[in-house]
Design a protein around this ligand. Structure first.
Ligand code: MG
Length: 422
């Protein structure tokens, strides 16, 4: 057994099945697309047996690295890697004040790495370990966003030609708060904050985008939209009702988490399906979203709720409540996290849709085995574990830095200068 990287305080609470033990735990940050990705590598005393887990909270990534290296590693080194549930509970409950994005992403890195090890030991992909396939592949949606309605629809047509059946549409607005599309450079000097983002402009412009989309793209393509938490409950109802003629697949994040208790009234007042959950930083909060009847699709960033294990439980809860899944996965999810999403997608009867991200060539080099999307479909690897590796030398060529992503929300202000929900 190699020496532990940190003095272990771990207690193996019962006799393990065999002598495999965790010997080293560390967080690795890399930015092959310019955005910090964090993965946790858990090594064992078996030569070549290690696991990888996604711990990507790109806006506060240094804190996640410290949480893993300084606090969790010592609780995990020395443990039998098959006791996933107990290791997670120890890591979570020893903090006393648990949950939150930093803590849960750190836990997720450990959790997914342990599932990776379990799959490698069994010689099975994780999706078979947890019950096996319920479908051949997961259908995905892709983001189209332009400064103008025409530019957005040009991009959407390109994606449809490549095989996508689901496209999220966003259009630019004046002001730096424009979400999911380039901002229009039209400062309004009459405003107290000339570069502000105006919610009334948004509520008028968005239905025009979808009317034009149905005219130009036809009735078959499934259309989606993200409000990114910026509306009041009444504005959310107004927007949903104005979009009803265009038959959205889902309307995402109409309310900030601070107002999630009012989602049931929005859902009651319009038939447009609501997708919520990427800002959940505890599995219990996400579970209450389902149980309280405020969502049609649950879409957590699964590392932010603690990893694959809590997401698996959430998918089971969703299945029994008639809620579908739409796990969060743009470029601020590592390829390991994306593979965990797809394992949930192909095994859960509650699957609704999977958010797509097309990784660049550098990411494929850093993470061999990164999943690819073909004709809009994504399939899991059949290799044991997640089937994703990490080339640490390649990762080191793309060092993570503090970037604009850490602070972009600071520019999202209203015409009066007040900062908005991001
Ligand atoms: Mg979103």
């Amino acid at each position: 057994m190699t020496a532990p990287s940190v003095p272990s305080v771990a207690v193996q609470p019962w006799a393990a099945r065999d002598d495999v033990r965790i010997t080293r735990v560390r967080a690795i940050a890399t930015a092959p697309e310019g955005t910090a990705l964090v993965v946790v590598k858990v090594e064992t005393n078996i030569d070549g047996l290690y696991g990888l887990g996604c711990a990507t909270f790109t806006q506060r990534w240094r804190s996640v690295v410290s949480y893993v290296d300084d606090h969790l590693a010592r609780l995990v080194v020395g443990r039998y890697p098959g006791d996933i549930e107990d290791i997670l509970r120890v890591c979570r409950l020893t903090a006393y004040w648990r949950d939150g994005g930093v803590a849960n992403n750190a836990l997720s890195g450990i959790d997914m790495a342990l599932w990776d090890i379990a799959g490698k030991r069994a010689g099975m992909p994780v999706h078979e370990l947890v019950g096996g396939r319920a479908r051949a592949a997961a259908d995905t949606y892709i983001h189209a966003g332009g400064a103008s309605i025409d530019a957005t629809l040009d991009e959407a047509e390109g994606y449809i030609a490549q095989g996508w059946r689901h496209v999220r549409l966003q259009v630019g607005q004046p002001g730096t708060g424009s979400y999911g599309a380039p901002a229009i450079d039209e400062p309004t000097d009459a405003w107290a904050y000339p570069d502000g983002w105006d919610v009334e402009d948004y509520l008028r412009r968005t239905p025009r985008l979808f009317a034009a989309a149905r005219d130009r793209l036809g009735g078959d393509v499934r259309l989606l939209h993200d409000s990114h938490s910026r509306l009041t409950p009444k504005q959310a109802v107004l927007l949903a009702r104005s979009l009803e003629p265009y038959r959205l697949f889902f309307l995402e994040d109409v309310l900030a988490p601070e107002f999630w208790h009012r989602l049931p009234e929005v859902r009651r007042d319009s038939p447009v399906p609501l997708a919520v959950g990427e800002l959940a930083t505890s599995a219990a909060t996400a579970g209450r979203l389902i149980a309280d009847g405020g969502v049609d699709l649950i879409r957590c960033h699964i590392s932010a709720i603690g990893g694959f294990t809590p997401a698996l439980k959430l998918a089971a809860l969703a299945e029994h409540f008639g809620v579908r899944t739409a796990w969060h996965a743009p470029g601020d999810t590592s390829p390991v996290g994306a593979a965990a999403n797809v394992a949930l997608d192909v095994t859960s009867p509650a699957f609704g849709i999977q958010e797509a991200h097309v990784y660049n060539d550098a990411t494929h080099e850093v993470f061999p085995g990164t999943l690819v999307i073909e004709n809009g479909w994504i399939r899991p690897n059949e290799a044991p574990g997640w089937g994703i590796d990490l080339d640490e030398k390649a990762a080191a060529r793309h060092p993570a830095e503090l970037s604009g992503h850490d602070i972009w929300a600071a520019a999202n202000r209203s015409p009066d200068g007040g900062v908005n929900f991001p």
